[in-house]
Design a protein around this ligand. Structure first.
Ligand SMILES: [Zn+2]
Length: 131
């Protein structure tokens, strides 16, 4: 039900009550007019609530989009992580080790096989080993 429909109904009811040419000093007139008056208040409140709800929906949608953006960003970050990880095989025990590409470029850093504790990071050993 749209708010416009309710406004139309309200206008119709007000038209009816105006058409009665009510004399406001009778008890029945007071009752009828105050009911119409209250209806008007209800419709206004309803319109406000509907407006607020629409704003909230828009707000939630924008938060939803922000969350989707953050998720995309995190996924891209994880992808980059994968891309920068180099897979090497321990020449001592054959264990596959994942090493950050940045560490590979630093010749001062030794990489220790977590399986056999063999130090495998030096230039001679890394030669010929594919990513
Ligand atoms: Zn090893």
């Amino acid at each position: 039900m749209s708010i416009n429909y309710i406004y139309e109904k309200l206008a119709y009811i007000k038209g009816l009550s105006d058409g009665l040419d009510i004399k406001e000093d009778t008890k029945e007139a007071k009752l009828l007019l105050s009911i119409v008056d209250m209806l008007e208040d209800f419709v206004d409140i309803f319109a406000d609530i509907q407006e607020n709800q629409e704003e909230l929906e828009e707000y939630i949608e924008s938060i939803d989009e922000d969350i989707a953006d953050i998720e995309d960003e995190m996924l891209r970050f994880e992808d980059e992580d994968d891309f920068n990880t180099v897979e090497i095989v321990c020449p001592n025990c054959g264990e596959t080790i994942y090493v950050d590409e940045g560490l590979m470029c630093d010749k001062d850093i030794e990489i220790v096989c977590p399986n056999c504790k063999n130090v495998i990071m030096n230039d001679e050993e890394l030669e010929g080993i594919e990513e």
